[in-house]
Design a protein around this ligand. Structure first.
Ligand SMILES: Cc1ncc(COP(=O)(O)O)c(C=O)c1O
Length: 393
């Protein structure tokens, strides 16, 4: 019973099925942050007294934990950020802006669309969009065509759709991009909660990570950078702790990762994130994937029995999230009624309006599971959905 490891579940009688929005946190993630604030609260990389050294050590050990977790060659390739949103904005403005073309897919989160608009890129004008069909399959033929016409591009693609749970074959996407001398960033916001990531095996250039979607604290994330690209990467903000030497004529920067982490970081959050990764390691992805696979099948099976349900993608190649609607029922109404029945899920466009427009819908009802969810949670969801449907028909 994994729920016992998560204090939220002993304090709440809510059926929590909104894990794509944020995950619950295991006890050690919470206590490690409280311990930092209560016992050795000090800034990192600055002062040299005992508590400051301990804070720096734990912060840097967290970097090593993440490095090992995703099999990055060195810890200097791990740069902490506020989350995937900041990771993408960072790489967009400090590296990708020099590319003539940025290639995304039609299944992206707004975090991987709006930063490109901010650079003045729009469809066909610096921005190319690879179609995903109405089953959300990535169009590899169109992708290769775009790459052939635009070699030396910057490709930025989500791994797992937060809106539908669809998994993109990122290994194939990365391989094809490299064939056409392009550089690839993967939005891994939804990845680590569900599956093992090996950045060397993927041969990915940039991989964006979110702690709060991976059982860690909010306001923390990271970007993995391939070693050969570190030299080309400019800081997109500067300030304290990034600088080697400053006078009024010039300043010289420290090496990576320090030159990219300007200002006081979310020290407690980073330390807590490492605890989340250690916890995940203890549970193991084998157990996580087995539990989630069974749950996802059960969820799909039970939902399929409900009248007039509309699904948008097949269960194969999907993980975590399941999105649906009911014919002639407004998804917002379901959300309001389910909330009253203590079922927590998200209804709406899930920060993915372009794909909703393509499917000609305003949004969906999204159930997003984590390995701590149970069949009992799904049963409660189905009972509540039946009640809500009876009320609305
Ligand atoms: C696919 C995807 N990309 C990016 C983000 C933004 O992540 P963060 O909250 O870490 O900034 C999210 C969050 O919902 C997401 O699901």
């Amino acid at each position: 019973m994994f729920k016992n490891d998560f204090p939220y579940f002993s304090n709440s009688d809510i059926v929590y099925l909104d894990n794509a929005a944020t995950t619950q946190k295991p006890k050690e993630v919470i206590t490690s942050q409280v311990e930092y604030y209560e016992k050795y609260c000090a800034n990192t990389h600055r002062s040299s007294f005992g508590d400051a050294n301990k804070a720096t050590l734990n912060y840097e050990n967290a970097r090593k934990t993440l490095q090992k977790f995703i099999n990055a060659p060195t810890k200097e390739q791990i740069i902490f950020t506020k989350g995937v949103t900041e990771s993408i904005n960072f790489i967009a403005s400090s590296y990708a802006k020099k590319f003539d073309k940025v290639i995304i897919s039609s299944l992206e989160h707004h975090s991987n669309i709006v930063p490109w608009h901010m650079q003045g890129r729009t469809l066909g004008e610096g921005l190319e969009v690879v179609s995903c069909n109405d089953n959300l399959d990535f169009d590899f033929v169109e992708y290769e065509d775009i790459l052939k016409q635009n070699p030396n591009s910057f490709v930025s693609i989500t791994h797992i759709s937060n809106a539908f749970g669809k998994i993109h074959d990122i290994k194939a996407i990365i391989k094809l991009a490299h064939k056409y001398k392009s550089v690839v960033m993967i939005d891994g916001a939804q990845s680590l909660a569900h599956m093992n990531i090996d950045v060397q095996d993927l041969d990915v250039d940039f991989f964006a990570i979110s702690a709060h979607k991976t059982f860690g604290p909010t306001g923390v994330g990271a970007i993995y950078v391939k070693e050969s690209l570190l030299k080309e990467l400019e800081p997109y903000q500067t300030g304290g702790a990034t600088i080697h030497e400053v006078d009024f004529l010039s300043s010289t920067m420290l090496d990576s990762p320090y030159k990219f982490e300007a200002g006081t970081q979310n020290i407690a959050g980073v330390i807590g994130f490492a605890k989340a990764l250690e916890y995940l390691e203890k549970v193991g992805y084998e157990a996580i994937m087995k539990q989630e696979h069974e749950l996802y099948e059960y969820l799909t099976d039970q939902l399929s029995k409900l009248p007039n349900i509309i699904f948008y993608n097949d269960t194969e190649d999907s993980i975590g999230s399941k999105s649906f609607n009911f014919k002639n029922i407004i998804h917002d109404d379901i959300g309001i009624l389910l909330d009253k029945m203590k079922i927590a899920l998200r209804v709406g466009h899930h920060c993915a309006q372009p794909i909703m427009k393509q499917l000609n819908i305003k949004g969906t009802i999204r159930v997003s599971i984590a390995f701590y969810n149970t069949k009992e949670d799904i049963d409660k969801l189905i009972t509540a959905l039946k009640k809500a449907l009876d009320m609305l028909r």
